[in-house]
Design a protein around this ligand. Sequence first.
Ligand SMILES: Cc1cc2nc3c(=O)[nH]c(=O)nc-3n(C[C@H](O)[C@H](O)[C@H](O)COP(=O)(O)O)c2cc1C
Length: 167
Amino acid sequence: MTPARPVLLVVVHSNTGGTLQMAQAAADAAAAEPGVSLRLLHAAAAQPADVLAAQGYIFATPETLAAMAGLMKDFFDRCYYPVLECLNGRPYAALICAGNDGTNAARQLERIVTGWRLKRIAAPLIIRTGAQTPAEILAPKQIGPKDLSSCAELGATLAAGLAMGVF
Ligand SMILES: Cc1cc2nc3c(=O)[nH]c(=O)nc-3n(C[C@H](O)[C@H](O)[C@H](O)COP(=O)(O)O)c2cc1C
């Protein structure tokens, strides 16, 4: 029997498309690794069973009001205790899309997954769109190719490590 491939779960929320493009770039690169199965779920759809069934994670959220987006926080609120102590040592990476900061969302996310005892494989990747005025903030976002390739690199690295069992 062929052994099951490890699952890399990407959990994403996005209001104006920036975070989704980042998550998709990471997911596409990860999916190119034949040794892993890739799952991408919206934060509102992701359940504790999805978290348990994965061996590695990418969490992708915008920063809003100096915090991770509410629906991503809701994902952690719903899943935190049902899977606590079951994920110890599994690898993760974080993608943050922000206007001009993003550090607080990254800090909050890291603190939560530290409670899950997840192992960070890289510093949080924060992409800043520069949106500052209400019109800019509400407009659909277009993440540039250089930033998308950083997201892809992170996804590929996590997937390759999972496939080789190095984490
Ligand atoms: C209500 C709201 C609050 C925001 N607050 C922040 C903030 O505190 N820091 C920041 O860097 N960007 C902030 N932004 C900008 C978003 O992070 C930025 O528009 C980002 O592209 C959103 O990601 P998305 O395109 O995936 O929705 C805010 C946007 C909204 C709508």
